[in-house]
Design a protein around this ligand. Structure first.
Ligand code: ZN
Length: 264
């Protein structure tokens, strides 16, 4: 029996949040407290691909392993999150929406002026400093509701764009909103990714599904005691291998919504 592995999912770290996105933008001082706590607790920080490599080699995963991930590739990662991570000597995996690099988070246009994204120069600097850059689709759609023909651009295309820009292959993918199904997972595997992260709000495990790795969303109001409970697995399930029925039902609702919207 191996220990559950917490893979934490953050989005933004900034002093202010667009209206409606407050749960996803953490105050820099609080994020600093989180990272300080991980170090004080004696956690071993790994990137997603480092963790996968360790597991594939059959090496033991340190008992206090924690993986910090960020979705989207917003500019505030470079301004706030990465300097804090570095000051505590912690690595991270950053999943970037490839068609928006150097521009704006267009998929957030319903929440006021869209947040600026990291530039290519900033991404290359992060990459050089040891931050793992992964792909988070081309435009941030709900991948399990789009036609199969669009999956290629969104998944394989995002890998190609990032590889061209960074000058080396990109190994890991994260599904926007965590939404995925069998064909989305197949597309991630066929595109050449070694791993893909979902959300699921569960702790991961050595035998977790490599193309639907469980992560726990850490919201802005999560204080250090709440983070400690997540790491201890209090109130957080360990990853089961099969999708829950609730996930399948919600997908049907979103697919119907998409069909109705496209008829308008
Ligand atoms: Zn996202």
């Amino acid at each position: 029996m191996t220990s559950p592995i917490p893979i934490l999912l953050y989005h933004g770290v900034d002093d202010h949040a667009p209206v409606g996105l407050e749960p996803y933008v953490m105050d820099p001082a609080r994020f600093d407290e989180h990272m300080r706590y991980l170090v004080e607790r004696g956690c071993t920080g790994l990137t997603v691909s480092d963790l996968c490599d360790l597991i594939d080699r059959g090496d033991p995963v340190p008992a206090d392993t924690v993986v910090v991930t960020f979705d989207d590739g917003l500019a505030d990662f470079g301004e706030h999150a990465w300097p804090i991570l570095r000051s505590h000597g912690l690595p991270a995996t950053l999943y970037v929406v490839s068609d928006c690099i150097g521009g704006e988070a267009r998929w957030l246009s319903g929440f006021g002026a869209p947040s600026p994204m990291l530039s290519w120069d900033q991404l290359r600097a992060l990459d050089a400093e040891g931050c793992e850059i992964g792909a988070h689709s081309a435009t941030h759609p709900e991948l399990d509701t789009i036609p199969r023909s669009e999956l290629v651009h969104e998944i394989r295309g995002s890998r190609t764009t990032l590889a061209m820009g960074l000058g080396h292959p990109v190994r890991s993918f994260a599904y926007p909103h965590g939404y995925h199904d069998r064909k989305v997972k197949e597309a991630a595997r066929n595109a050449g990714f070694d791993s893909a992260c979902a959300v699921r709000n569960m702790l991961s495990a050595v035998d977790d599904d490599r193309y639907a790795i469980a992560r726990v969303t850490i919201e802005a109001d999560c204080d250090v005691p709440a983070l400690a409970r997540v790491l201890d697995g209090v109130g957080v399930a360990a990853a089961p291998r099969r999708q829950q029925l609730r996930t399948v039902g919600w997908r049907a609702v979103r697919r119907t919504r998409r069909r109705v919207a496209s008829r308008r």
